[in-house]
Design a protein around this ligand. Structure first.
Ligand SMILES: [Zn+2]
Ligand SMILES: [Zn+2]
Length: 588
């Protein structure tokens, strides 16, 4: 086989204003070869931060170090892996969007073996109950052990979920103070929005329309939801008046945006009466507030989407934060004896989380500390399957998912930096969760308070400058979207490549391709462990990168040749070429 031409290695054209040969400036002008190596790695889709795994053949005892891609989802960590991840997300959105059948057919019927295990588990339950009544505690312990084993067997038989909740003493989450369970007061309940309510059918696919000529089509939707205005902004995203912009509301809205989106889908499903499915992402707008784009399967009248968005809100029933009682110079202190946070001067313990919530319950006029709603701007349009519009929209959804939130709109002007700083100041003080250390600033001990809290310095993601308060997942895909996980989509890509290469490839590449793809026989024959970078069999990163690039380049030209021969062309090569080799499972 001929070695493929590698880009970036052609001799550079002489620079007309080159510095004196041999001078320091001339040397510094030369690209560093290690940077070129990384550039080429990126071009060939080779992970630049591979994880070395040592594979031991259990039959022969031979070991081999294999580089697994790091699986990063952000470009700044590893561009090739981030891009690969984006392509998988695109495939996932594409597959779920316009499908006309239910993605998850009902479960298969249980086998005889599965049924007999459940029956056996039921007998054990009966015996355990008898032993408890007879106070035969040693028997109870034995039976618990047997139950655990049977439940493992049940899981191994391929049944989903737990057959019943565990018995007391096992896995109990002591969420509240011992001895009392908090009942959410009726006053702190989320008020129901004024929307029609229907029973939600299990159906997840939209309506099919029939044209006059008898042809059928099933359009889908594209929806953008934004947050409210916090004050007028200029085209560069900065407020007309920084002092009048409502940074506090902007910060709280950003932190609670995911809950608002959840409520929206819940309300929409109830209002429409079917199990509406979506795939989308949360991105910052230029004004640095989050908004969300969604592909929706099936069509929903625009009026309905607007009405549901307008009626949807999320109430935050947390203690009041209008008075900041402590500052970073004067903070509450932890008292070991009282096992509580106390005032540094009076030595009085701060209000506990439970007390603070009780106070809200007892206050008849209590209002939620924050209510988050959507803004008036709701964009929705229909998209026909298989059109360029559909593809463009998918690219648009996934455009920024390889970037940090803070890198989507880089602050380049003084005004933009100021705007970002003001928002960040608020985010630093905004409690992120019930357990946020920032509660101490407001004189409240957070839920499950402990000595290690750092008031005003919570490590929660939303407080960090580059998250803009968007702390949760940015990719939001409903459960019955494509009926597949990201790992399934990855597998599909590889299966396609395997089918294409199939008979033609040389054995070395084929072996690696088929390997670690879920062939169980292969799995059992090998033991895997993480190799440390300084282990003698691992070798310098540059050597490993060079080997991977060479392998990838050869493999790519083979794939191209095979593709030419097959000339199927039904699947886009670019969507798959980086995904085949050495892919580990579950790297996301
Ligand atoms: Zn990587
Ligand atoms: Zn926090």
């Amino acid at each position: 086989m001929t070695a493929p031409t590698l880009p970036g290695l052609a001799p550079a054209a002489p620079n007309p204003v080159a510095p004196r040969p041999g001078s320091r400036a001339a040397r510094m002008a030369l690209p560093r070869s290690v940077d070129v190596l990384k550039e080429i790695a990126a071009e060939y889709g080779v992970c630049v931060r591979p994880l070395a795994m040592r594979r031991t053949d259990l039959d022969t005892g031979l070991t081999e170090v294999i580089d697994l891609p790091c699986g990063a989802t952000r470009e700044d960590k590893c561009a090739p892996c981030a891009k690969k991840n984006r392509r998988l997300r695109q495939a996932q959105i594409r597959e779920g969007w316009h499908r006309d059948d239910e993605p998850l057919p009902g479960p298969e019927t249980a086998t005889e073996a599965q049924k007999s295990l459940i029956l056996f588990r039921a007998h054990l339950e009966f015996s355990r109950d008898e032993a408890v009544r007879a106070a035969q505690w040693d028997q109870v312990t034995d039976l618990d052990e047997a139950i655990r084993e049977v439940e493992e067997a049940i899981a191994a038989e391929g049944l989903r979920g737990r057959v019943g909740p565990p018995h007391a003493g096992v896995d109990e989450d002591q969420d509240e103070e011992p001895g009392r369970r908090r009942k959410r007061s009726t006053r702190r309940r989320q008020d129901a929005p004024e929307l029609p309510r229907r029973k939600v059918e299990r159906r997840t696919v939209g309506k099919t329309y029939t044209g006059r000529d008898g042809s059928t089509f099933r359009p889908s939707m594209w929806l953008t939801l934004t947050l409210d205005s916090y004050g007028p902004v200029r085209p560069d995203g900065t407020p007309l008046n920084l002092d009048r912009y409502d940074y506090r509301r902007a910060a709280w809205d950003a932190v609670h945006f995911p809950r608002l989106l959840d409520r929206f889908w819940q309300n929409l499903r109830r209002c429409e009466g079917w199990n509406v499915q979506y795939a989308g992402c949360v991105e910052p707008q230029r004004r640095l507030a989050p908004h969300a784009h969604f592909a929706i399967r099936g069509t929903i009248p625009r009026d309905v989407l607007r009405t549901v968005a307008a009626a949807t809100y999320h109430q935050v029933w947390w203690p009041a934060v209008n008075v900041q009682r402590y500052t970073l110079d004067r903070l509450p202190v932890w008292d070991d004896q009282a096992a509580a946070w106390i005032d540094p001067d009076t030595r009085e313990p701060l209000t506990t989380w439970t007390e603070a919530l009780d106070a809200i319950d007892d206050d008849l006029g209590a209002e939620p500390v924050h209510v988050v709603r959507f803004g008036a701007q709701v964009d929705a349009r229909g998209v026909m399957p298989g059109t360029e519009d559909a593809e463009r929209t998918i690219r648009y959804v996934t455009k920024y998912i390889t970037k940090h939130t803070g890198d989507v709109h880089k602050a380049t002007t003084e005004r933009q930096r100021k705007h970002l700083d003001r928002l960040w100041q608020q985010l630093q003080l905004t409690p992120c969760t019930e357990r946020c250390a920032n509660w101490l600033l407001y004189g409240v001990q957070p839920k499950k308070a402990h000595a290690k809290l750092k008031p005003g310095r919570c490590k929660g993601k939303v407080h960090q400058r580059d998250t803009l308060g968007i702390g949760g997942r940015r990719i939001l895909i409903s459960r019955d979207w494509s009926g597949k996980t990201l790992a399934d989509h990855k597998h599909d890509v590889r299966a396609w490549v395997r089918a294409l290469l199939g008979a033609t490839t040389d054995s070395a590449t084929a072996g690696q391709l088929v390997d670690d793809q879920g062939a169980t026989a292969e799995r059992i024959r090998h033991a895997w462990e993480v190799a440390r970078p300084d282990d003698p069999d691992v070798g310098p990163l540059a050597h490993r990168l060079m080997r991977s690039i060479s392998e990838r380049a050869r493999w790519r030209s083979e794939l191209l040749a095979a593709k030419d021969r097959a000339a199927q062309g039904s699947t886009d090569l670019s969507a798959t070429q980086h995904s085949a080799q050495h892919d580990g499972e579950g790297t996301q």
